[in-house]
Design a protein around this ligand. Structure first.
Ligand SMILES: [Zn+2]
Ligand SMILES: [Zn+2]
Length: 361
């Protein structure tokens, strides 16, 4: 998929420690070919994959980014710390960037819109120095907690503790150092890489492949496969329609395992006030009922304008009479597109106002 929006000159992959470690991590599990792997490593891998997906989706995303439910201060810290074990930086960094994404979904400044290039949205932006810092002004409600600032700054503690624990468990199981490494390579390293890419697909694929139920101003989609891999985050069009819900599957058949996990936690009183989309929200901006899909219209429009601009650049090399014909065609097409855009905008209903966030205890 080619990029519709140009990136700024400082938006590029920078060679620095984080980028090198991130890249090397992808190859580390291959060392298991030499160490051999005890069967229990695959179970540890699955447990660490699904549990960390939960901490990211239920914690980093649905709580720290959207405050779609409430937790006490200790539980809030534990959820944030557990999230750091997924090696996706700290909860404040993650949630602040995610809030920015919702504020600017698929517009020209959305950091990880696929409109800036598919691979950029998937992994490129993470390796860019420009986005390394936590945007504290976007997350003042959590920056005020010193314990959260601490784990956000020292986001390496969680992964290190987890890695060492898996090695220790591996040693207990196999009784040898090599055996412990085999279990660590699969149980910790491979599951970390898989957790990364399942999370990243929400930024990349869930804005490209799938169906749209609601007319949102972005390109978000609902995709069952991504939902299964990410604990329910694949219902991304639902989520962009109503980000304040603790669930992303809005109907019983939309599998959302992170929400089921949160439900369990609420039954034992560890989390409270799980929000669901109100009935009137489920009826609002439904494309099948005729809502104008401004998000997709805008996307097609942007692509058409880019195609015209590219054609104009190419026309520089052709004879002047051909150039005149192309320019005339471009002018006519652009006028028609603008006319259609105006008609669509007239029909489009006002998008949802920014939702009220739950108070933090
Ligand atoms: Zn999105
Ligand atoms: Zn979100």
């Amino acid at each position: 998929m080619s990029a519709t929006f140009k990136r700024a000159p400082d938006e590029k992959i920078n060679l620095r420690v984080g980028t090198v470690v991130f890249t090397i991590m992808h190859f580390v599990p291959l060392i298991a070919i030499y160490t051999g792997v005890h069967w229990s490593a695959w179970i540890i891998m699955a447990v660490l994959y699904f549990s960390r997906v939960f901490f990211l989706t239920a914690g980093y995303h649905r709580y720290f980014s959207h405050r779609s439910y409430r937790m006490g201060r200790v539980m809030q810290f534990l959820m944030g710390f557990a999230g750091t074990t997924a090696v996706q930086k700290g909860p404040l960094w993650w949630a602040a960037h995610h809030r920015h994404h919702h504020k600017h979904s698929d517009d020209t400044v959305d950091v990880h819109s696929p409109k800036r290039g598919f691979w950029w949205s998937h992994t490129g932006w993470i390796m860019c120095k420009k986005y390394e810092k936590t945007q504290q002004d976007l997350i003042p409600d959590f920056v005020k907690f010193p314990e959260l600032r601490f784990i956000d700054k020292h986001d390496w503690i969680g992964p290190l503790l987890l890695g060492v624990s898996v090695w220790g468990l591996g040693y207990l199981i196999t009784g040898t150092g090599v055996g412990a490494w085999g279990i660590t390579l699969i149980g910790f390293f491979l599951s970390t890489v898989l957790t990364w890419h399942s999370t990243f697909t929400v930024n990349s694929l869930a804005h490209v492949f799938g169906r749209r139920r609601f007319a949102t101003t972005d390109t978000s989609r609902n995709n069952l496969w991504i939902a299964l891999a990410t604990g329910g985050e694949g219902w991304h069009n639902n989520h962009h329609h109503y980000p304040g819900a603790a669930c992303q599957g809005f109907y019983w058949y939309e599998i959302d395992t992170s929400y089921y996990g949160l439900k369990l936690l609420s039954w034992v009183g560890l989390v409270k006030g799980l929000r669901r989309p109100p009935a009137h929200i489920l009826e609002k901006h439904v494309i099948k009922k005729g809502a104008a899909d401004l998000g997709m219209f805008q996307t097609h429009w942007e692509r058409a304008v880019k195609a015209l601009a590219d054609a104009q650049t190419r026309a520089g090399d052709v004879a002047s009479d051909q150039k005149l014909a192309i320019e005339e065609l471009m002018a006519n097409t652009r006028a028609r597109i603008e006319e259609l855009a105006r008609a669509s905008a007239d029909k489009a209903v006002a998008m949802l106002p920014q939702q009220e966030l739950e108070p933090v205890s």
